[in-house]
Design a protein around this ligand. Sequence first.
Ligand code: 13P
Ligand code: SF4
Length: 334
Amino acid sequence: MDRFAPVELPSRDALYAPVASIMAREDWEERFAADIEAILRLKCERNAVILAHNYQTPEIFHCVSDMRGDSLALAREAQDTEASVIVMAGVEFMAETAKLMNPGKTVLIPDDRAGCSLADSITAENVRALKAAHPGVPVITYVNSSAAVKAETDVCCTSGNARKVVETVAREWGVDRVIMIPDEFLARNVRNETGIEMITWPGHCEVHEKFTPQEIRQYRRMHPGVVVLAHPECPPEVVAEADYSGSTAGMMQFVAEKRPGKALLVTECSMSDNLAALFPATQFVRPCNLCPHMKRITLPAIRNALETMTRAVEIPDALIPAARRSVERMLDIR
Ligand code: 13P
Ligand code: SF4
């Protein structure tokens, strides 16, 4: 499009509407409105899309993003988008996955300190050592990992498809055990669901590892009738206390379908904020933990990324084919 054509923005009433039930108009005007309008203009000028993870704050999630979802949905969207620039409102591994699917496009991460304790827990060398110790055992890696680790992987998975990926790999490879890394709790939760033996790695999500079964029981006593939804990155003892366990998109779908009166989302804080805006009839009980990495992404950081076109994600050419193949194999499993 013409870079200098004036961009027609929706009215402020329309921009505010999606968050009207969860934040005061005055506050939104003062803190967010100017950045939101600047970002919407820049997106048109740059032919950019913003992909936002479900843990992004409501003013990002509801007011500037083009597509929202869990890690799986973001990977699929990155594979399909026709925009020239992808801004990842999420963390580094999500931006890397988008880049793997679009090596020729510009993928921006608005703050390059937005890492992940799971991705940081394991190196490519660690994976090579595991493979050497367990020859012939397929390696299934959570997408919360670096491109270098993905390049050592047979098939990736997310929390949204982990069970399906493990069952498919076990069936197609004719094996009854897999190497599942780096999230030990996700692997143990999938083992409990499938009975398939897992060789695990002691990586944990710093947000979900903090929840305890005692805490969940206490919330149930304080809020009789509350429906508990736990992310599978939580310890298995916590998942055992829940009524439902699934990815962030799975939790959203559960609330959309069942419309519980009271829900407790055992996960990152913004998830409840974002769902509260969509489902005002549900009361969200919030024992949440903040992800410091997700919270690095702010409206000013997104605006700056689009103004300066930084920081563009780069992946060494030598890693791209193998890392991309492990993500593509995952996306082929429906
Ligand atoms: P999902 O949104 O894929 O469930 O993942 C949660 C997460 O921790 C991403 O960082
Ligand atoms: Fe990583 Fe956990 Fe933060 Fe997700 S919530 S980015 S898994 S540290």
